[in-house]
Ligand binder design. Structure first.
Ligand SMILES: Nc1ncnc2c1ncn2[C@@H]1O[C@H](COP(=O)(O)OP(=O)(O)OP(=O)(O)O)[C@@H](O)[C@H]1O
Ligand SMILES: [Mg+2]
Length: 263
């Protein structure tokens, strides 16, 4: 498959579907924010080997918001993990911000992720013992931010996700949607160049989902972050530059029509 030729930027929001031929890709060779080639991943289930990624190519432009949509079990989270340096694929390569991720030693991959990537996980992954503010400050401490700056950044980012009133609450005192917003604030606080989001609005109502997607748009369009977001949520389609669809471990479209995902 040649995704580069298939790349076509889709219109935003409510624009009608287009049947124009795909224009040439905007990013010059080697200038993709993310360039994944030939990704394959299998898991063992008893005696059986289940092939979850079946040779996936993925090219994402700098500053792009790309949604990956597909049925449950189609391999979305596995793909995100392979592309973001969290889970080594069996085959294939990933070049992110010009660095060949799976050729680096683990310590370098960890450092790359710390410095460049914000993760919003499907299960939130908050620390039970830390308050909302501390969840964020801990990450910033690893990035060597000073104490006063960390505190101010944590407060400002939690305000961005409408959680100023929950700064000192631990996860057991937060609702599912509040936990998800803390996880999002934690990912965005360090102003990452790459944002990987796995179902970032799954626990949110329409209003908060909208706030989150506006924030992700701001990160992409004002700070130049590249956003790769996995979702079932059709409400997000209108925020994306491009929709990639995946079925049974295979990319079925690199520029699906957003209109087909509207409610
Ligand atoms: N660590 C693992 N060991 C064995 N099988 C796994 C593992 N991780 C994922 N799988 C299997 O791989 C397939 C794809 O899983 P994945 O989590 O990538 O799907 P998904 O598209 O993200 O689904 P959902 O929308 O439900 O989150 C599923 O059938 C799942 O059971
Ligand atoms: Mg998943």
């Amino acid at each position: 498959m040649n995704n580069a030729n298939a790349l076509k930027r889709s219109p935003m929001s409510d624009a009608p579907p287009t049947t124009e031929p795909a224009p040439a890709p905007r990013a010059a060779p080697g200038k993709w924010a993310i360039e994944a080639r030939g990704l394959r991943k299998s898991f063992r289930s008893g005696q059986q080997k289940v092939e979850v990624l079946k040779g996936i190519d993925l090219l994402i432009e700098p500053g792009e918001i790309a949604l990956v949509m597909g049925p449950s079990g189609s391999g979305k989270s596995t793909l995100l993990a392979a592309v973001s340096g969290l889970m080594r694929p069996d085959e294939g390569s990933v070049v992110a911000l010009g660095q060949s991720i799976w050729e680096m030693p683990k310590s370098k991959i960890d450092r790359f992720r710390l410095l460049n990537c914000g993760f919003i996980f499907q299960g939130f992954n908050l620390f039970a013992a830390l308050t909302a503010s501390q969840q964020i400050q801990t990450v910033l401490k690893f990035m060597r931010q000073g104490k006063a700056e960390r505190k101010a950044t944590a407060e400002a980012t939690l305000a961005d996700v409408n959680l100023s009133h929950r700064l000192n609450n631990r996860p057991d005192k937060l609702s599912g949607g509040e936990k998800q917003r803390v996880a999002i604030a934690r990912a965005l606080a360090k102003k990452p160049k790459l944002i990987f989001a796995d179902e970032p609005t799954s626990a949110l109502d329409g209003e908060n989902g909208h706030i989150i997607m506006e924030l992700l748009r701001k990160c992409a369009k004002e700070q130049g972050a590249t956003v790769l977001c996995v979702t079932h949520d059709a409400r997000l389609a209108s925020f994306a530059d491009r929709i990639i669809t995946i079925e049974d471990g295979v990319i079925t479209s690199t520029n699906a029509d957003p209109a087909q995902f509207k409610h």
